[in-house]
Design a protein around this ligand. Structure first.
Ligand code: PLP
Length: 411
C-alpha cells in the first residue's frame, strides 16, 4: 500500500460523507523484500570474485531450500517456465501431457515448448486444482505425463494423482509456481512427484527477482537438469541433452537466500488475510471459495473468489468496475481458461469431455489484493466494498479507524 493511502485511511471522515474505500488506487501486489544490506552482504563476495552467475551463492541457496523442504535435490534455474521445460526434457517424455486448463498459460507453454501435446483436464469443484477423475478419463496410450498445478498455493490431490501415475506408468510433475511454503498432509510441497518446480518472480512469497527452483528426490534427474540449465553441458563439452541457458545469477540467489527466512511469516500473514476475506464474504449468496483440504496448508499466493452472476445479481466484470471506482484494483487469475486462448484452441479437444467446471470458474473468478504488508483493516474494507457492490446491499457509513494494523506488520 502506498504511504498516501495509509495517510488517507488514517484520516477521520466526517460522519455520513460518502467516500471511496481507498482514496487512490493502491497496489494490487507489493512484494516485501529482505533488507538490502542482507542481500548485498551475501552478494558482495561473489561480485568481488567476479563469479556472478551460477556459483557459490546459488549452491548455498539450493542447499538451504533442499534442507527446508526436506528434499534431496534442488536445482536453481532462471524461471519456473524454464524449469518445467527442463524437467520434461530431462525426463525424456514424448506424446501427451494431461494438465489443468485453469492455470496460468506458462504451465501449458512448458508442455508446448517440450513438444508435448497438452490435454486439458477439468478442475475439482472445491479445490479448483486438477480433477484426478477427469485426468484419469483422459489417459490414453499416448499419455506420457501428468502436470498438476498447486493453484494459488492450494496443494493438488497428490495421493490420488501419485497412485494414478504409478498405475499407468506416467511421470508426475507439479507446477508449484505458487506454492513455496504450502504443505500437503504435514509435508512441504517440493517433495512430491518426479519433480516440482517453483517460481521466484516478484508476485511470489519467495522472491529472487526472476528465478525458479526444481526439487526432486531423483539424483539422476537432478543431474540432467543441472546439465540442462547449462546448454546440456555436463562438464565435458559434449552435451547429450538439448539444454538451454537457464542459469540463475548470484544476485538472484542472494535475494532468494535472504528472503527464505521470511517465508513462514508470509504464509501466516496470507492465511490471516484469507481468513479475514472469508469472514466478511462468507455470508454472501453466490460467492464461492476455494477449499483447502484438512491437513493441507495453502500459501495463498493469491486470494480468489468465484462470483456467480445469477446469484449475486452482478457480473464479475461489473463488480470489478464497481471496485475500481472505489480505488480497489482486482485481477482475474486465470481467465480465460487456457484452452480458450488463441494459442491453445487447437488443443481444446472437446471429444474427450467438456471442461464445464473450468469454464464456469474462469467466467466468475475474481482475485482480490493480498500481500504481506496489506493491513487487515484494508482487507476488511475491500471485503466490505465487495459486499456493498452487490445489489440490495446498503452502504454502511465507513468507520474510519486508525490504520494501526499497518504499523504492526512485522518488517
Ligand atoms: C501457475 C504458474 N506456472 C508457471 C508460472 C511461470 O513462472 P515464471 O515466471 O517463473 O516462469 C507462473 C507465473 O506466475 C504461474 O502462475
Amino acid at each position: 500500500m502506498t504511504q498516501a493511502l495509509a495517510a488517507t485511511l488514517d484520516q477521520a471522515a466526517p460522519s455520513g460523507v460518502r467516500r471511496p474505500a481507498a482514496a487512490e488506487p493502491f497496489r494490487f501486489i507489493a512484494p516485501t523484500l529482505p533488507p538490502l544490506e542482507e542481500v548485498l552482504a551475501l552478494y558482495a563476495p561473489a561480485y568481488r570474485d567476479g563469479m556472478i552467475t551460477n556459483s557459490r551463492v546459488v549452491a548455498r541457496f539450493e542447499a538451504a531450500v533442499a534442507e527446508r523442504l526436506g528434499v534431496r535435490h534442488c536445482v536453481a534455474v532462471s524461471s519456473c517456465t524454464c524449469g518445467l521445460m527442463l524437467v520434461f526434457k530431462a525426463l525424456g517424455v514424448e506424446g501427451e501431457v494431461i494438465l489443468p486448463s485453469f492455470t496460468f498459460f506458462a504451465t501449458a507453454h512448458s508442455a508446448l515448448w517440450s513438444r508435448l501435446r497438452p490435454v486439458f483436464a477439468d478442475c475439482d469443484p472445491e479445490t479448483w486444482t486438477i480433477c484426478p477423475e477427469d485426468a484419469e478419463r483422459k489417459i490414453t496410450s499416448r499419455t506420457a505425463a501428468i502436470l498438476g498445478v498447486h493453484l494459488y498455493g492450494n496443494p493438488c490431490e497428490i495421493a490420488t494423482l501419485s497412485g494414478m501415475a504409478a498405475r499407468n506408468r506416467l511421470k508426475l510433475v507439479f507446477d508449484a509456481a505458487h506454492a513455496f511454503g504450502s504443505e500437503y498432509q504435514g509435508r512441504p510441497i517440493g517433495q512430491f512427484g518426479d519433480a516440482e518446480v517453483f517460481s521466484l518472480s516478484p508476485t511470489k512469497l519467495l522472491v529472487a527477482g526472476e528465478g525458479g527452483l526444481v526439487t526432486t528426490n531423483d539424483a539422476a534427474l537432478a543431474k540432467r537438469i543441472r546439465a540442462g540449465r547449462n546448454y546440456g553441458d555436463a562438464g565435458n563439452y559434449d552435451p547429450e541433452l538439448l539444454g538451454l541457458n537457464a542459469r540463475m545469477t548470484e544476485f538472484n540467489a542472494a535475494l532468494g537466500l535472504a528472503g527464505l527466512r521470511m517465508v513462514d511469516a508470509k504464509v501466516e500473514r496470507h492465511n490471516l488475510i484469507a481468513a479475514e476475506y472469508a469472514r466478511v464474504l462468507r455470508s454472501l449468496r453466490g460467492v464461492g471459495f476455494q477449499v483447502v483440504r484438512p491437513g493441507n496448508v495453502s500459501s495463498y499466493k493469491d486470494y480468489c473468489v468465484h462470483i456467480d452472476a445469477g446469484e449475486c445479481g452482478i457480473s464479475r466484470d461489473d463488480l470489478r468496475a464497481a471496485l475500481m471506482a472505489e480505488g480497489i484494483e482486482t485481477r482475474t487469475y486465470f481467465s480465460p481458461a487456457v484452452h480458450r486462448q488463441e494459442l491453445y484452441r487447437a488443443f481444446s479437444a472437446p471429444v474427450r469431455g467438456s471442461l464445464r467446471r473450468t469454464e464456469r470458474l474462469a467466467e466468475g473468478i475474481l482475485s482480490l489484493p493480498i500481500y504481506y504488508s496489506l493491513p487487515l483493516e484494508t482487507v476488511a474494507r475491500v471485503a466490505l466494498a465487495v459486499k456493498e457492490a452487490m445489489p440490495g446491499s446498503r452502504r454502511a457509513a465507513w468507520a474510519w479507524a486508525d490504520n494501526r494494523d499497518h504499523a504492526r506488520v512485522p518488517r
